[in-house]
Design a protein around this ligand. Structure first.
Ligand code: PMP
Length: 296
């Protein structure tokens, strides 16, 4: 594997950054998780747009232009002969002092890793997933806004530990007011009486790229979609429920907090959206091909 760090490629063994990097010391940085399908990087423009917004929100200047970053991502895929896989792109605050002041960090560090994705077990896509709500509250928007895809994922990790303890793969996080926000690494949708609903961003959801694609696909299929506030009750009485994420894609949910959702198996609308999503991954994306251009 070859890893991109600040314009150069390193072998896996030599891909190292400083222990004084504030990404490590304080989780000070931003990142993206991106998929490649059939030799194309899926929704790269949207991921880079969100990366730049995340960086802006934490007052971090990405030391490259979006065009250079596009080039760097594609080149990293090419160097790794990636056709289908997962790309982890991160920008840390960079090397600084032991104090947390970001002004003491000389220059942000850009890292791009192109590897394989660990999906949920295939049977979960067939049978559907059981999930639970957990006690760990999603970050308050005035603390670390969940719209920022930052390197500080401890809020989500704590909720994931609760999911592990409960013996399930994912956890639903509520916001400080008790409304549904999202899962630890996925957005959440329900279908009720022919209308799709997903928590609004102000409920504490990440502006998920897959969420956006699924909303477009649903509308194209003639389904109304609302971004709203949802309670646990809304989830329990839903006809269908599913999760969306770059890694997870679209995962049917069949049980929440012990309540069976709909018929207790993946619903027809969830299946239809899964098919349309896969169709889209087959035909769109930034081509990974020889660029011949210098990156960095
Ligand atoms: N919410 C959280 C907390 C996430 O980390 C992610 C990404 N894994 C998502 C939602 C889904 O976002 P996307 O569709 O852009 O991957």
């Amino acid at each position: 594997m070859k890893v991109f760090i600040d314009g150069k490629f390193y072998s896996e063994q030599n891909a190292k950054i400083s222990v004084f990097d504030h990404g490590l010391l304080y989780g000070d940085g931003v990142f993206e998780g991106i998929r490649a399908y059939h030799g194309r990087v899926f929704k790269l423009k949207e991921h880079l747009e969100r990366l730049w917004y995340s960086a802006k929100a934490i007052a971090l200047d990405i030391p490259m232009t979006p065009a250079e970053m596009t080039q760097a991502v594609v080149e990293t895929c090419r160097q790794n002969k990636l056709v289908d896989g997962y790309i982890r792109l991160l920008v840390t605050r960079g090397k600084g002092t032991l104090g947390l002041n970001p002004n003491r960090c000389a220059k942000p560090v850009v890292v791009i890793i192109a590897g394989k994705i660990q999906l949920y077990p295939p049977e979960l896509y067939e049978k559907g997933m059981e999930i639970v709500t957990v006690a760990t509250t999603r970050n308050h928007h005035n603390a670390v806004n969940p719209a920022i895809k930052s390197l500080n994922y401890l809020n989500n990790v704590l909720a994931k530990i609760e999911a592990n303890v409960a013996g399930v793969e994912e956890a639903i996080m509520l916001n400080a007011e008790g409304f549904v926000a999202e899962c630890t690494g996925d957005n959440l949708f329900i279908l009720r009486r022919g209308e799709m609903a997903t928590p609004a961003l102000h409920s504490g959801a990440l502006y998920g790229i897959t969420r956006g694609v699924v909303m477009d696909l649903a509308r194209e299929a003639g389904l109304p979609v609302v971004e709203t506030t949802l309670t646990r009750y809304d989830l329990y009485v839903a006809d269908e429920c599913f999760l969306t994420g770059t890694g997870a894609e679209i995962v049917p949910v069949v049980k929440i907090d012990g309540r069976t959702i709909g018929e207790g198996r993946p619903g027809a609308t969830t299946r239809m959206l899964q098919e349309r999503y896969h169709e889209m991954t087959r035909v769109s994306g930034e081509p990974i091909r020889r660029t011949g251009r210098k990156v960095g």
